[in-house]
Design a protein around this ligand. Structure first.
Ligand SMILES: Cc1ncc(COP(=O)(O)O)c(C=O)c1O
Length: 376
């Protein structure tokens, strides 16, 4: 079965480097907050063009601690998109704040800057755009809104390691940003991991304290912190993988480009738009299938040995956990339509051209006949 994201061929390709890094940590006898985490923080900051990086336990905590660092407190509001991994919204809820959701650009799936401004209230303490599927959100208008209302921008870069907006790396435009190293991400650990980046030394120090129980100096707890530390094993693994990230992202770009070529013009199939301002790193390759045909489409591909996924079937505002927001169906028409149609096709750097052609053939076969009815 062809998976949407298969991590086995990547490990096979870099096994000696990974195994050596893991062995080095095991031999060192030091597993929490040591030389490996420090080295990776330095290397990622240099790669991304940030002055500071702080490793944390996962992407959700990276965002929660970044938000706390800029002063978001219980009862505050943070504006983010409703079409995303719910974990981003949970980072807001985790610290007692309320996610205020915005609708999306119906062509890209990314947060709609025009919808952000009308949702600002006196309790808005941050705006958290998400660079979804590897494509940068439209940052200039978002930064301008933030500046005009004196509201900090916190970037959710969980799906976009290495992506650029008008030549600027994601994670360098907001005052502070969070990354996830969930295994299937463009830069993925072999377990959970996350990172906060910023150019502000004071914010970095706050996150550094918060991730480690609020300590400044051993056993001196000055903040009500949490336990959310990137561990030495994951940091060593990520250090190896970071050296390959550019090549992997380039390969993802090539595969996405050939998907566009293979799938453009298939009647009934929709492709997402990649805006000129964004150099996407194609975390996912997402297509749109009419809602009423999606289940049959996915079943057809499965029958051909091709796995697909839905990122994401239910917008944040329609999740049972967020029923208290009181936002029913119809509240965010673009996001709801997108959620009902999206399907992620296999895409990872080691996918071969032949495998990709097999996917495209199965997609075309489904839509053959012009009316979208499966041929079998
Ligand atoms: C857009 C987005 N934000 C936040 C997260 C949370 O990251 P993590 O799973 O590392 O906590 C993820 C990944 O799940 C994500 O895709």
């Amino acid at each position: 079965m062809l998976l949407v994201s298969d991590m086995r061929p990547q490990y096979a390709a870099i096994k000696p480097e990974i195994d050596a890094a893991v062995q080095r940590v095991l031999d060192s006898g030091w597993f929490i907050l040591g030389a490996e985490v420090e080295a990776f923080e330095r290397e990622f900051a240099a790669y991304n063009g940030n002055k500071h990086a702080v490793g944390v336990g996962n992407g959700t905590d990276a965002l929660a601690l970044a938000l706390r660092a800029v002063g978001v407190e219980r009862g505050d509001e943070v504006i983010t998109t409703t079409h995303t991994a719910v974990f981003g919204a949970l980072a807001i809820s985790q610290i007692g704040a309320t996610p205020v959701l915005a609708d999306i650009d119906p062509e890209t799936g990314n947060i709609d800057p025009a919808d952000i401004e009308q949702r600002i209230t006196p309790r808005t303490r941050a705006i958290m755009p998400v660079h979804l599927y590897g494509q940068a959100a439209d940052m200039d208008p978002i930064l301008e809104i933030g500046q005009r209302h004196s509201i900090p921008i916190v970037e959710d870069c969980a799906q976009a390691h290495g992506a650029k907006y008008k030549g600027r790396r994601v994670g360098t435009m907001g005052v502070i940003s969070g990354f996830s190293f969930y295994p299937s991400k463009n830069l993925g650990a072999y377990g959970d991991g996350g990172l906060v980046v910023t150019n502000d030394a004071a914010l970095a120090e706050t996150v550094r304290a918060l991730r480690n129980g609020g300590q400044v100096g051993r056993y001196n707890h000055v903040l009500l912190g949490v336990n959310s530390r990137l561990d030495e094993l994951q940091a060593a693994i990520l250090g190896v993988k970071l050296r390959h990230l550019e090549a992997w992202n380039k390969r993802r770009g090539e595969l996405a480009c050939s998907y566009h070529g293979l799938l453009a013009g298939v009647p009934g199939l929709g492709l997402l738009t990649n805006r000129m301002f964004s150099a996407s790193v194609y975390h996912l390759y997402v297509v749109r299938v009419p809602a009423e045909q999606r289940e049959a489409f996915m079943a057809h591909l499965k029958q051909r040995g091709i796995a697909t996924m839905i990122h994401y079937p239910t917008p944040v505002h329609l999740q049972p956990a967020y029923a208290s927001l009181g936002l029913g169906s119809g509240s965010y028409p673009h996001a709801e339509k997108m959620a009902s149609e999206v399907v992620s096709l296999p895409l990872y750097p080691e996918l071969t051209k032949a495998e990709q052609e097999q996917v495209a053939a199965a997609v075309r076969e489904f839509f053959a006949g012009g009316n979208g009815q499966p041929t079998d």
